[in-house]
Design a protein around this ligand. Structure first.
Ligand code: HEM
Length: 208
């Protein structure tokens, strides 16, 4: 089976499939892995904070530093393997090229203006608007940065070249924190928009 048949290219019933099954599975596995990584990451942060604040205990996972590290290192594999599957299939199937490109500054400005004046159309769920394209590309990039900076602070001796690319262990910790903050910022907007346009949420579950 060709990877493209489940996307937009096939006629009739299959053409109504907006999100093929591999997108839906990797999306929801990613959501679970990300939430575990973020909440356990906050607990790890609390043991040695970078800034003069702590994350409230109720929104952290693991109970204490060692517990949180176990969660973080377990979900890390899920996040990485799932992310590799999503990005590989996204490239090979042509989905990234079709759905996420091109994205021009002019189109982003036009769609931001349309959104602010409530004129942005959500009729055709198979097409992402320019703001969605930018946000999805941005969060995929943030995903790469969070994983690579995480590897850099996990194995700073074995992966010293990678750690050096981030400017050393301490700098890599800040990069890791800010990539997490970008993902959390995305998540707040993303979940709010999914709830505002419930049919988009349904389509990410049923595919149609
Ligand atoms: C946990 C709550 C989440 C909900 C309710 C949710 C909901 C959705 C929905 C409804 C769509 C489809 C949008 C549309 O068809 O217009 C979508 C797509 C997407 N979401 Fe999420 N999402 C969640 C978590 C995440 C997380 C944690 C990430 C990444 C950090 C993420 C990244 C994406 C990306 C990249 C797409 C586009 C996928 C593609 O078309 O290949 N989502 N999400």
């Amino acid at each position: 089976m060709s990877l493209t048949t489940v996307d937009e290219s096939a006629p009739a019933a299959a053409s109504r499939i907006i999100h093929p099954v591999w997108v839906r599975i990797t999306h929801w596995v990613n959501a679970i892995a990300m939430i575990v990584m973020i909440m356990s990451g906050w607990q790890i942060y609390n043991a040695s904070p970078l800034f003069p604040f702590l994350f409230p205990r109720d929104i952290t996972l693991g109970g204490w530093l060692a517990g949180a590290l176990l969660w973080h290192f377990a979900a890390m594999w899920l996040l990485m393997i799932n992310g590799i599957v999503y990005v590989t299939l996204g490239i090979l199937s042509g989905r990234f090229r079709r759905k996420l490109f091109p994205v021009t500054p002019r189109a982003v400005f036009a769609d931001v203006k349309a959104a602010l004046t409530f004129k942005l159309s959500h009729d055709d769920l198979s097409v992402y608007n320019a703001v969605q394209k930018l946000l999805y590309l941005g969060v995929i990039l943030a995903g790469f940065v969070v994983v690579l900076s995480g590897l850099a602070i996990w194995k700073p001796v074995q992966l010293q070249t990678l750690t050096a690319v981030f400017g050393g262990y301490d700098a890599a910790r800040y990069v890791h924190f800010f990539a997490m903050a970008a993902i959390v910022g995305f998540l707040v907007v993303h979940v709010a928009l999914a709830l505002l346009v419930p049919k988009s949420l349904r389509s990410m579950i049923t595919g149609r």
